[in-house]
Design a protein around this ligand. Structure first.
Ligand code: BGC
Length: 720
């Protein structure tokens, strides 16, 4: 407890004072007390059951008993990246992580992280299972809404900032799901084949950036296999990449039920088995009996057990969990809702706003007759399902089933009421959208129709990108009745929009969180100028998918399947560029009610590092936030071994008055210019001319300046 010592020294001192049984207590985590209580006494000892019954929080994700004798608290674990998820406990939900990524402003997830972590601590939790950062390699992945888009640099900045915000409040957060867990179909049995070069330049690079920005105390290994080895016993991922190359000092916890061995898991880098006895093989691989037997047989070492325990203790000291014990208390939900609303207002993405007879429909001005249609807009806004489905303060606006992953949870924030409040003089009708004819009739009577369409996604299954419940036909009928139609999307990722050519205005609200209705109304009415930019590409058709079929999609759970990621690191816009595809909406696309321009671009390559400077100007007539993006493109991408013609190298979001401009400086991380050389574990920048492209989206890069880079190689081993 001597605070003058480093976290490492303190953790080591505790381990030295521990009995073997105390050590083994820390490496096995339990799921919630009810599940543990139902298990046999062999599976969960009576002592552990009593501990859980007395101290664990019912309905929460997990619990790891502490060692009170030595001042080590129990680890109380809650899901997930958008807020505290406990059945029956109303808490504040942020917009989905994908939405927050659309803000292109790391301050947004940071503030969100601080807010949800305060709620977690006041609810009795000290460990947050937040920080999802798998790349949206597969647009149909049912968990893309929990992640932060398709680009490694963007994902790293956004998920890293969330984690940093959470941990700033003296909690431990995780980075998950490590790694290449890019589809939900057969997630517990799918084996992903990927070359080390492609992995290091894509999914693992994203995690590397998250790790450096957020310093998570814990990393959660995923359910799937990677190159034939389970992620939670994958020596390459855990021991080599994470612990050796990146120098990770915290602990690897398993996803719930993702452990398949004792000896391999221990020796290949797993430090804590969590969620027992829920899920998985039904074997207590990290129970004291099994671990002691493996020790006695000489299959694992005491040194490694001590290392596992030190790793678990280290972040408890480093992040201040031990020095700042959690104290349950009242939560200021009003203040927290504002944080969530702000995040939504920075994230809503205006995809299309074409002028009809010289006028755009948004922002709504002078409208006296408005027809609001569909999407339960009279009740609330949608959120994603599974372990990141937060039960909101005030309850779900529509009944949500109690079973996991449950039916949809609706945030109690009705866009209809918010619009009525924002436009008190307008007559606003509502039609549920069950009948396309009734909706069309309502639209025909109004000046403008707004159709809300929803697409629910949840953990454990994938999606087809086709809207369900006849919503495409509903939009068609409405726009036929009234061409002044706005579509508001509440989706967990990209969806197909077969009606897009006929609909002039589309606002992507993602899953906008507990004040989503107000945020949508504020953007529609122009109180807030939209500034979100899409963190994913929207495919125009199935023909643009990298994989025509998702292995195991719709098949019974636990079917062994295999996927080869032969597109390598060419994910998202990179895949579109390689193939010359034009997406429906490009990565980075997002409109505003004002306009911006980048100018004065310069790129300097002193000391082999590219520094990009320029100016962003608000060229329109309203206040607004603009996003400048820089991409780097080699003269010949094949010749330098890149996966695609260009890579995002930096971005900045600036708040500007009309006519105002501000200088930008973007320093490019050298790994974004390099290729991974698996033969000698190094990064390599190949000499040549590189174009620095600047603009406001991956398909809107009007400025190009050249830099010349020298050949450069450096080791990936942080210890060198
Ligand atoms: C999910 C994790 C989550 C865990 C605990 C798993 O099903 O994949 O993201 O943290 O459950 O609830």
């Amino acid at each position: 407890m001597d605070k003058s010592k480093t976290a490492e020294q303190r953790a080591t001192a505790v381990v030295a004072a521990m009995t073997e049984n105390e050590k083994l207590r820390l490496i096995l985590g339990y799921s919630d007390p009810d599940t543990a209580e139902k298990a046999s006494d062999q599976a969960v000892s009576p002592t552990a059951k009593a501990d859980l019954a007395a101290h664990a929080i019912k309905g929460a994700a997990g619990y790891v008993p502490g060692v009170p004798r030595l001042g080590i608290p129990a680890q109380t674990q809650t899901d997930a990246s958008i807020g505290v998820r406990v059945e029956g406990m109303g808490r504040t939900a942020l917009p989905s992580s994908l939405a927050t990524a659309a803000s292109f402003d790391p301050a947004v997830p940071y503030a969100g992280g601080v807010m949800i972590a305060h709620e977690a601590r006041l609810s009795g939790f000290n460990t947050f299972l937040a920080g999802g950062a798998n790349l949206a390699r597969e647009p149909r992945n049912g968990r893309n809404f929990e992640y932060v888009g398709e680009d490694p640099w963007l994902a790293g900045q956004m998920a890293g900032s969330l984690i940093a915000g959470i941990q700033s409040t003296h909690m431990v957060s995780t980075m998950k799901h490590f790694a290449i867990n890019d589809q939900e179909s057969q997630r517990t049995t799918v084996d992903a084949t990927i070359s080390p070069e492609a992995a290091r330049q894509s999914d693992l690079l994203a995690f590397e950036f998250v790790y450096e920005k957020g310093h998570p105390g814990s990393v959660m290994c995923s359910y799937n296999l990677v190159n034939g080895r389970w992620a939670c016993e994958n020596d390459y991922l855990l021991n080599k990449v994470l612990k050796h190359d990146w120098g990770f000092k915290g602990y690897v916890m398993s996803d719930w039920g993702a452990v398949h061995s004792t000896v391999d898991a221990v020796n290949h880098g797993l430090d804590q088995m969590t969620g027992w006895p829920c899920c998985g093989d039904g074997v207590d691989y990290f129970s004291p009996a099994r671990v002691k037997a493996a020790l006695a047989a000489g299959d694992i070492t005491q040194k490694r057990i001590d290392d596992m325990v030190t790793r678990i203790l280290w972040p408890l000291f480093a992040d201040g969990v031990i020095d700042h014990p959690v104290k349950p208390g009242p939560i200021n939900f009003k203040a927290d809702a504002k944080v969530s609303q702000h995040a939504a207002e920075q994230s809503l993405t205006l995809l299309k706003n074409d002028a009809i007879h010289g006028r755009t429909l948004l922002p709504l001005t002078g409208v006296t007759q408005l027809a609001v249609i569909g999407g339960h807009a009279d009740k609330g806004v949608l959120s994603g399902g599974g372990s990141s489905g937060v039960h909101p303060v005030g309850g779900s606006a529509l009944p949500a089933s109690k079973h996991w992953p449950g039916s949809a949870i609706w945030m109690p924030s009705a866009p209809l009421a918010a619009l009525k409040h924002a436009l008190p003089k307008a007559h606003i009708s509502f039609s549920a959208g069950d009948s396309a004819d009734a909706a069309a009739a309502a639209a025909a009577k109004a000046q403008v129709a707004i159709v809300f369409v929803t697409d629910w996604r949840g953990e454990g299954s994938d999606n087809t990108l086709t809207l369900k419940h006849h919503q495409d036909a509903l939009v068609d009928a409405v726009v036929k009745a009234n061409p002044n139609t706005i579509v508001v999307l509440e989706t967990g990722g990209a969806v197909f929009m077969p009606w897009l050519d006929h609909v002039p205005t589309v606002l992507e609200a993602w899953y906008p969180g507990i004040r989503g209705g107000q945020a949508i109304a504020n953007v529609l009415t122009g109180k807030v100028n939209p500034s979100g930019h899409s963190p994913i590409s929207f495919p125009a058709s199935k023909a643009q998918f990298a994989h025509a079929n998702l292995p195991g999609f719709g098949k019974p759970y636990n079917t062994a399947v295999h996927i080869t990621y032969d597109e390598g690191a060419a994910i998202g816009y990179k895949w579109y560029d390689v193939n010359g595809y034009k997406p429906m909406f490009a990565f980075g696309h997002g409109l505003s009610y004002t306009s911006f321009a980048v100018s004065n671009a310069k790129a300097d390559a002193a000391n082999d590092l590219i520094t990009i400077t320029g100016t962003l100007r608000n060229t329109g007539k309203r206040d607004g936030k603009g996003v400048a993006m820089a991409f780097v493109s080699p003269s010949d991408y094949h010749a330098v071994g890149w996966e695609a013609p260009k890579r995002l190298a930096g971005f900045a979001k600036l708040d500007l008055k009309p006519g105002a401009s501000h200088a930008l400086t973007l320093k490019v991380d050298p790994r974004l210019l390099a290729t991974w050389e698996a033969a000698d574990d190094s990064w390599h920048i190949k000499a040549g001319t590189y174009h620095v492209l600047l603009g406001q989206a991956s398909d809107d890069l009007p400025i190009s300046v050249d830099v010349t880079l020298k050949d450069k190689t450096w080791s990936a081993d942080h210890q060198q």
